[in-house]
Design a protein around this ligand. Structure first.
Ligand code: ARG
Length: 561
């Protein structure tokens, strides 16, 4: 149907199909038409007022088989389709396998650098956000046919490890680290800073240990590797709870033998400058602070390793884009690094390297049982959500099978959904009653809607192969539901274009709410076979769409809850 409308406009307006397809919209409300063509953009080229263009187009198009009527409203030309045909086309569109996916990414690779916690530090709520957003972008781009490389750029190198080795040797024990893991490593780190206040020579020792690490001293590397393994084991526990994975763990340490080459490239290009003993790239011309490349003592830093990582990834995967999901506070860092890559003669840096920032998480509303020292671990939040869901289920549905598994899907899903429901740049505040409200705009509500559909499909008898009589689905609630469902492919594209999973979360919520209105208005389990089959088909399309949309967010669906 959409294609026919595009063709009608293309012929009448003497425009090319791609432009028309780009401009054509699905209006937010049905009284504004099934499709709308805004004429603002054409005003410039045609040198006419938009309402006049709309009127002239309407006249030229006149009538067509699929059209009930046309309407000119200001600058908009609104198309009202014959309802039955519209229903038919939407059902056909939504019934295809892989509804929502496309092939626009075929043959192209996208690298996503996300999560990337810092070894020997806790996996905190900020890392939870990058993990959730990055994972959803991975699903969204995969749905569009891209090959996606999920990269965990662990913070596993840097002077802090020199400090940790000093602290471990002075005040730590193997048993304590093995027993308490990251928590103990953090204690040692804090202890180091307390003691170094009093005794500055500790700082020299720490520098020396890190320089030993850079030189490949086996003792230093062995202790460091052990810290990495212990930390990684904990992070992987959190990923397992989330049901998320990576294709590559390539931390900062991976690039330690590749930074010299970066320094050489920069120097060969005549971009390396000395500043107070350090080496920098001057970015004043671009309104930025200089990008630090090596410290006074010659050691590389975060930015140097990021530069090495970009060249490594470009070489290995020849990415179309490389996305970085981190907090907003790293905006300048990435702007500097990307600029340096561009200045080295890589035009692609401009479009290919994208920083995807997100807002802060505040936990004011949510009392958490924290481990020692009031440090918040993402894992504790997830576990607490699961516990709370279990309690709710014990009250509401004590006989539910697979309670553990369902509680995990719902508890974790609630947190993911809450995180992704608003634009990522907005801050997230955390209140349990909001996150877990089964009637609110929450993950559990969408999952519950899916379960209602699944239960209908289990209990109502119907013929899945029946030819559907489309004239039986003309109730306004049925049409409204179909309209929402049919937006899925556009929502996926839009989410990818804006790197914005919230588009999908909103979409899922709107489908769920439209389903609820449909279900209240139209009984499904009716006597009449044809009507029942038609309505059940709608239920089944709702179920698959909700499940697929939630999957794009990284949320699983129980069949019962
Ligand atoms: N480890 C960093 C942090 O926790 C994030 C790393 C992001 N990725 C990168 N390539 N710099 O803040």
């Amino acid at each position: 149907m959409k294609d026919i409308i595009i063709e009608l406009i293309t012929n009448a307006a003497e425009l090319d199909t791609a432009t028309v397809a780009d401009i054509l919209e699905i209006p937010p409300r049905p009284e504004m038409g099934d499709y709308a063509f805004p004429c603002f953009q054409l005003a410039k080229t045609l040198r006419k007022a938009p309402p006049l263009i709309a009127a002239e187009l309407a006249e030229k198009i006149g009538s067509a088989d699929i059209l009930d009527h046309l309407e000119v409203k200001g600058a908009y030309l609104n198309f009202f389709l014959k309802k039955e045909l519209f229903v038919k086309s939407m059902i056909e569109q939504a019934s295809v396998e892989q509804f929502g996916s496309s092939a626009i990414g075929e043959g192209k690779t996208i690298c996503i650098d996300y999560s990337s916690p810092n070894v020997a530090k806790n996996f905190h709520v900020g890392h939870l956000r990058t993990t959730i957003i990055g994972n959803s972008l991975y699903k969204i781009f995969s749905k569009l046919g891209y090959k996606v490389e999920r990269i965990n750029h662990l913070g596993d190198w840097g002077t802090q490890f020199g400090k940790l080795i000093v602290a471990y040797k002075a005040w730590g024990s193997k048993e304590a680290v093995e027993k308490d893991g990251v928590a103990e490593l953090m204690r040692l780190y804090v202890r180091f800073h307390e003691e170094a206040e009093k005794d500055d020579s500790l700082n020299d020792q720490a520098r020396e240990w890190f320089s030993q690490m850079e030189k490949g001293n086996p003792e230093a590397l062995e202790i460091w590797q052990w810290f990495v393994d212990i930390s990684l084991k904990e992070y992987k526990g959190t990923y397992a709870l989330l049901g998320m994975e990576f294709d590559h763990y390539l931390g900062e340490s991976f690039y330690r033998d590749k930074t010299a080459d970066v320094v050489k490239r920069i120097s060969d290009a005549g971009l390396l400058k000395e500043s107070q003993g350090a080496q920098i790239v001057d970015l004043e011309e671009y309104g930025m602070a200089p990008c630090l490349i090596t410290k006074k003592d010659g050691s590389s830093i975060y930015a140097t390793r990021d530069l090495a990582a970009i060249f490594y990834r470009k070489e290995r995967w020849n990415f179309e884009k490389c996305l970085y999901v981190t907090g907003q506070e790293q905006k300048l860092h990435f702007a500097q690094v990307f600029k340096v890559v561009e200045l080295l003669g890589n035009e692609w840096a401009k479009d290919s390297l994208v920083h995807i920032p997100y807002g802060l998480v505040s936990l004011e509303g949510a009392k958490l049982s924290t481990r020692s020292g009031n440090i918040i671990y993402a894992e504790d939040i997830l576990l607490e959500a699961i516990e709370k869901v279990k309690k709710i289920m014990e009250e509401k549905n004590p006989d539910l099978p697979d309670r553990e598994a369902v509680a995990r899907l719902v508890g974790v899903g609630a947190i993911i959904f809450h995180d992704l429901y608003n634009q990522r740049i907005k801050d997230v505040s955390f209140q349990w009653d909001k996150v877990l409200n089964f009637d609110g705009e929450t993950g559990p509500y969408v999952q519950y809607t899916y379960c209602r559909c699944a239960s209908i499909l289990r209990t109502v008898s119907f013929d899945p192969a029946a030819e559907i009589d489309h004239s039986l689905l003309l109730d306004s609630e049925a049409i409204a539901l179909l309209r929402e469902i049919s937006r899925f492919p556009e929502a996926v594209l839009d989410a990818a274009e804006k790197y914005e999973p919230s588009v999908i979360a909103r979409f899922a919520m709107e489908v769920a709410q439209a389903f609820s209105r449909f279900y209240n208005a139209c009984r499904v389990n009716v006597e009449d076979d044809a009507l029942r089959n038609a309505r059940v088909r709608l239920v089944s399309l709702t179920a698959t769409t909700l499940k697929d949309a939630l999957a794009l967010l990284g949320i699983g669906c129980p069949e019962q809850m």
